[in-house]
Design a protein around this ligand. Structure first.
Ligand code: NAD
Length: 471
């Protein structure tokens, strides 16, 4: 591949794969088995809307079935095509391996602009797409479990789950056919925020590794760091919200479809989100300067750049002008393979997508387990834990002869509910995966980045799994 020609998304993922696999002791046959996408199903279906038949094209790719079910979101966007869906499915295989979610990789997409349709029309389209996938086991609790992605959320997942239930009336595990559902439809607390929360945990862990922080040219902690975010959707909003309200970061610019808003003093993310929901864009937000040239703001001076919209936005055309110390890939594939080389050489640390946005699939894994076990996390232990905590504090107060503060008691007596357990499991996953990537990166001179380290770790796990299957 010519390094000066921008590869497609799938080629870009494959180039990153090749770079890592060349450092590993894996036979060429096994390497190519891991790399290829096992299958892609394309469906064209018609839905009668607004007095006429409209034909839609959708895809579901299964990249690797070394573990089943396979897992990966369903995207509704006009960018959707086979190349994109296959690239995203491959990333899902590697991501699940890296964070030890016991799934193979898959991804789906529907070529549609969801904003062009009314909710009841979108429901018809989603149910029809789901029907096509369900009848081929491409949505199934033990075969293939989708989740939200760009352009989809809890509402679409609820429609898909309901469609599966209608077609499988006696399936006791029907709820586990899709994750990211609303809480009252078998969802889990903390799934909506999970990917953005995972980005926050990833950055917190990065700042606990002084040598990595030094490589990026930064020092200290997250507090006071300037952050530019692209895409104020599910992932971007939650990441920006948590970083600004809990870690002391300043969100100095937000890039959306219609341009960008900039305020070096810090943007109030909740105000901006309300504005975006009301007007459909960031233009006209009072508390910031506006430019219609959104993508130029990726090149703004900042400590942390969070591309959280779509793939390929940092590419050969702008990579040299990126000034951030750290890029955390909240979106999938925002940095192309060519740009990755340029940015690494410039000393910017890239926290790779496969790891950075794995919070979503991690909490989806918890939701799937919850659905299969038919009980919410913490239901059995919470009261018992609260009682032991009470006994412990009473005994401590008796021994030292002093009361423990009321605020401490309130927190300590509560015990862990589902949200606390989900966040704890997510934080543990993000911390331990970062530590493994850090160790792999720092202990091998041939591994030049966190991304290559992530690929080496993930591919080792997938290869081990294939070897154990006897392939
Ligand atoms: P979303 O649809 O909720 O939000 C995407 C946001 O990006 C929207 O606000 C949209 O207006 C904006 N946007 C789209 N194109 C843009 C452009 N060219 N410039 C600026 N802004 C643009 O989607 P999401 O679920 O937040 O997903 C965003 C990214 O994160 C995708 O790459 C997705 O694959 C990845 N991701 C999502 C999840 C999840 O749990 N939702 C998990 C892992 C990875």
């Amino acid at each position: 591949m010519n390094a000066h020609i921008e590869p497609t998304f799938r080629e870009s993922v494959n180039m990153m794969f090749d770079k890592a696999i060349n450092l590993m002791d894996i036979s060429p046959g096994l390497a190519s088995k891991i790399k290829v996408c096992n299958s892609t199903y394309t469906v064209r279906f018609g839905v009668k809307l607004r007095g006429d038949i409209h034909t839609f094209t959708g895809y579901r790719s299964v990249h690797s079935e070394h573990k089943e079910p396979v897992k990966g979101g369903i995207r509704f966007a006009t960018s959707v095509n086979q190349d994109e869906v296959e690239a995203l499915a491959a990333l899902m295989t590697y991501k699940c391996a890296l964070v030890e979610a016991p799934f193979g990789g898959s991804k789906g997409g529907l070529h549609i602009d969801p904003n062009e349709w009314e909710p009841d029309e979108l429901e018809k389209i989603t149910r029809r797409f789901a029907y096509e996938l369900i009848k081929r086991d491409l949505i199934h609790p033990s075969q293939n479990v989708p989740a939200p992605d760009m352009g989809t959320g809890e509402r679409e997942m609820a429609w898909i789950a309901d469609q599966f239930r209608r077609m499988n009336t006696s399936e006791i595990n029907a709820d586990a056919c899709v994750t990211g559902k609303p809480l009252n439809k078998g969802g889990i607390i903390g799934r909506v925020e999970a990917t953005g929360r995972g980005v926050q945990y990833a950055l917190q862990e990065f700042f606990r590794h002084a040598d990595d922080v030094k490589t990026s040219g930064l020092s200290g902690s997250l507090n006071g760091k300037s952050v530019v975010v692209q895409g104020l959707g599910n992932v971007g909003y939650h990441a920006a919200h948590f970083l600004s309200t809990e870690d002391g970061c300043k969100i100095t610019a937000v890039i959306e479809r219609d341009g960008a808003v900039i305020n070096d003093g810090g943007i109030n993310i909740n105000d901006l989100q309300s504005h975006l929901q009301k007007t459909g864009g960031v233009k006209g937000f009072l508390d910031a300067e506006y430019t219609s040239n959104g993508s130029s703001i990726l090149e703004k001076n900042c400590n942390i750049l969070i591309p959280a919209a779509m793939e390929g936005v940092i590419n050969l055309s702008n990579a040299k002008r990126i000034k951030a110390n750290v890029i955390i890939e909240a979106a999938n594939g925002p940095v192309t393979a060519g740009a990755d080389e340029i940015i690494n050489a410039a000393g910017t640390v890239i926290i790779p997508d496969m790891y950075a946005n794995a919070g979503g699939v991690t909490v989806s894994y918890f939701e799937w387990v919850k659905n299969l076990s038919h009980i919410r996390f913490g239901r059995m232990q919470r009261r018992q834990q609260a009682t032991s905590n009470h006994m412990l504090i009473e005994e401590m107060e008796r021994l030292v002869g002093k009361p423990v503060s009321d605020s401490f008691k309130t927190k300590f007596f509560q015990g862990a509910g589902e949200l606390e357990l989900v966040r704890s499991g997510l934080e543990d996953t993000m911390c331990s995966a970062y530590q493994q990537m850090h160790k792999t990166w720092r202990s091998n001179d041939n591994i030049d980045s966190l991304r290559t380290a992530a690929y080496v770790l993930a591919l080792t796990k997938v290869a081990d799994s294939y070897r154990a299957l006897g392939l």
